[in-house]
Ligand binder design. Structure first.
Ligand code: GTP
Ligand code: MG
Ligand code: NA
Length: 465
C-alpha cells in the first residue's frame, strides 16, 4: 500500500501523571474550556479524548514558531486524558497502550510522586516516547505572568530569586528522574539531535493556568511525531480501533466511544464488538464526534459523520451495544471477510479481561458505569481497602430489579452484610430500590470510588457495634 511520510495520521498523545498535577487543566488551557472545574471532587475518573485540528496547533504554536520554523505535517493531534488517582491504574495502563507519544505531567512544586513513577514505568515498558511537563511553574515565588508565551520568553522576564527557585526545582526533578534511570534535560538545553536520537527525555516547564510553555510542549510533540515516530504514524486504510467506554447518553441510548487509530470507519459498516456474552454484529447507524477542541467525555453538540478517518475518538450509535466492553477491539466485516473469522478475532480480547474479573463466592455486588470504572473499583476493593471488601458478582450499567434479586442470596447464605450493592456512577431503577427494601439489600451509590468504601466501612462498623 501507499504508505508515506507525507501522509501521516494524527499522533495519539496520552497525558499521564500523579493526581492533581494539572493534566486536565493543561488540556483545558489548549481547548479554552473548563472541563476540570466540573469534575466530581476535581478528579478525573474516566479516559477522555480531545481532537485538535492542525490549524489549532499552528495558532497555538505561532509565536514560538516564529523562531523555531517547524513545518507541521501532522494533520492534527488526538489527546487522551487519564486519571491520576491511584485507583485508576487500569485506565493509565489502557492510555499508555493506546498512545504514540505521552506527556508525563509532574507538579514542579512536588517533584516525582507515586503515580508519576507508575506512569513512567508503564511508558518505558511499552517503549512510548514522552516529554515531561514540569507544570505549575507559575507557583515559583513572585512569578511574573507572561500569558501563553513560550517558556524561554517567560523565564527572561523573571527576577533572579524566581529563576533560582525554578532552577533548583527543575534540577531536583531531573535528579529524581535520574534516580529512576531516566536521563533528562530542559529541552532547549539539549542538542536538537538529543531528543530525536537518544533516550534523553525533554523537560518542558509549563503553567496550565497562565499558559507559559504550552506552545513549547505542543511544538515539541509535533516534532517528535514528525521526526521520531513518523513510521508508525503513516496513514493506512486498514481499520484499527479500540473501545474506550460504553455509555448511555440521554436521547441517544447506548453509545460506544471508540478510538479509531487508523483506517476508515463508515456509517453502514457491519461492525463486530466483543461482549461478555459473545460477539455482537451490528450495523453502525451513527458516527458522532464533539467539535474539534472539545472533550469527548463532556456531552456536547455532536457532529454527525458519514465516515471518520483515524486517528479520532468517535461515538458510535448502533443496536445491541449495551454489553460491549471497554478496552476491546472493534472490527468491520469487509466484502472478502468471513464473518465467523472476524467474530473469533474480536473475542480473543476477552480472555485477558475475564482473568481479571474472577470473583469470590461470597461478597458484595459491584456495579459500575463502564468496564474501566469497574476494573478500577475492583482493584481498589482488593488492594486499597483494609481488610479487602470481598466481591461475589459484578455488573455494568444501571441497577435493575434482577441485580437486587441476585445479591439478596447473601442473606440466605448467612452473610447479610454482603447483601449490598456498591454502585459507582450508575443509576438505580425505582423498581430496584423498592425491591431492595423488601429483600433487605442495601444499595450504596457514589460517584467517587472511595466514598463507596467509606459508606461500606461505616456500615460494617455499625454491624459489629
Ligand atoms: P487528576 O485527573 O484528578 O489526576 O488531576 P489532574 O492532573 O487532571 O489535575 P487538574 O487539572 O485536576 O488540576 C488539579 C489542581 O491543580 C486544580 O486545582 C488546578 O487548578 C491546579 N493546577 C493545575 N495546573 C496548574 C498550574 O499550572 N498552576 C497552578 N497554579 N495551578 C494548577
Ligand atoms: Mg484530570
Ligand atoms: Na484533579
Amino acid at each position: 500500500d501507499a504508505r508515506s511520510r507525507d501522509d501521516l495520521r494524527c499522533p495519539i498523545v496520552v497525558i499521564m501523571g500523579h493526581v492533581d498535577t494539572g493534566k486536565t487543566k493543561l488540556l483545558d488551557k489548549i481547548r479554552k474550556t473548563n472541563v476540570q472545574d466540573n469534575e466530581a471532587g476535581g478528579i478525573t475518573q474516566q479516559i477522555g479524548a480531545t481532537y485538535f485540528e492542525k490549524k489549532t496547533l499552528e495558532t497555538q504554536t505561532a509565536r514560538l514558531n516564529e523562531t523555531e520554523k517547524v513545518e507541521l505535517t501532522v494533520p492534527g493531534m488526538l489527546v487522551i486524558d487519564t486519571p491520576g488517582h491511584e485507583s485508576f491504574t487500569n485506565l493509565r495502563s489502557r492510555g499508555s497502550s493506546l498512545c504514540d507519544v505521552a506527556i508525563l505531567v509532574v507538579d514542579l512544586m512536588h517533584g516525582l510522586e507515586q503515580q508519576t513513577i507508575e506512569s513512567l514505568t508503564m511508558l518505558r515498558k511499552r517503549g512510548v516516547p514522552f516529554v515531561v511537563a514540569l507544570n505549575k511553574v507559575d507557583r515559583c515565588y513572585a512569578w511574573k505572568t507572561c500569558k501563553d508565551s513560550p517558556i524561554r520568553d517567560a523565564l527572561k522576564e523573571q527576577e533572579e530569586g524566581t529563576i533560582s527557585e525554578f532552577r533548583s526545582r527543575s534540577t531536583n526533578a531531573k535528579v529524581q528522574l535520574q534516580e529512576q534511570g531516566v536521563n533528562s534535560n530542559l529541552y532547549w538545553e539539549m542538542g536538537d539531535e538529543d531528543w530525536t536520537n537518544s533516550d534523553f527525555i525533554p523537560l518542558v516547564p509549563t503553567s496550565a493556568i497562565t499558559g507559559e510553555g504550552v506552545q513549547d510542549i505542543l511544538l515539541l510533540l509535533c516534532q517528535i511525531a514528525q521526526r521520531k515516530i513518523w513510521k508508525q504514524l503513516m496513514w493506512c486504510a486498514n481499520l484499527q480501533c479500540t473501545v474506550l467506554e460504553v455509555k448511555a447518553i440521554d436521547g441517544l441510548g447506548m453509545t460506544v466511544d471508540i478510538l479509531v487509530v487508523n483506517g476508515y470507519l463508515r456509517e453502514g459498516d457491519k461492525a463486530v464488538f466483543c461482549t461478555l456474552d459473545g460477539p455482537v454484529v451490528t450495523e453502525i447507524r451513527g458516527l458522532l464526534t464533539p467539535p474539534p477542541s472539545r472533550e469527548m467525555r463532556v456531552k456536547a453538540d455532536y457532529i454527525h459523520h458519514k465516515e471518520v478517518k483515524g486517528a479520532l475518538g468517535v461515538k458510535v450509535i448502533g443496536n445491541n451495544l449495551e454489553k460491549v466492553m471497554a478496552g476491546t477491539s472493534v472490527l468491520v466485516v469487509g466484502p472478502n471477510d468471513e464473518e465467523e473469522d472476524i467474530k473469533a478475532e474480536v473475542m480473543s480480547d476477552l480472555t485477558n479481561l475475564e482473568d481479571k474479573l474472577s470473583t469470590d463466592k461470597q461478597g458484595v455486588l459491584v456495579q459500575a458505569s463502564t468496564l474501566g470504572a469497574l476494573e478500577a473499583l475492583l482493584q481498589f476493593l482488593r488492594v486499597e481497602t483494609k481488610p479487602p471488601i470481598p466481591v461475589s458478582a459484578i455488573g455494568i450499567g444501571t441497577i435493575h430489579k434482577r441485580d437486587v434479586t441476585k445479591i439478596s442470596i447473601m442473606n440466605e447464605k448467612g452473610h447479610p452484610e454482603y447483601a449490598t450493592i456498591l454502585a459507582f456512577d450508575v443509576g438505580v431503577e425505582r423498581e430496584a430500590r423498592e425491591h431492595a427494601q423488601e429483600m433487605n439489600v442495601r444499595i450504596m451509590t457514589a460517584d467517587i470510588i472511595y466514598h463507596l468504601f467509606d459508606q461500606f466501612t461505616r456500615f460494617m462498623g455499625e454491624l459489629t457495634e
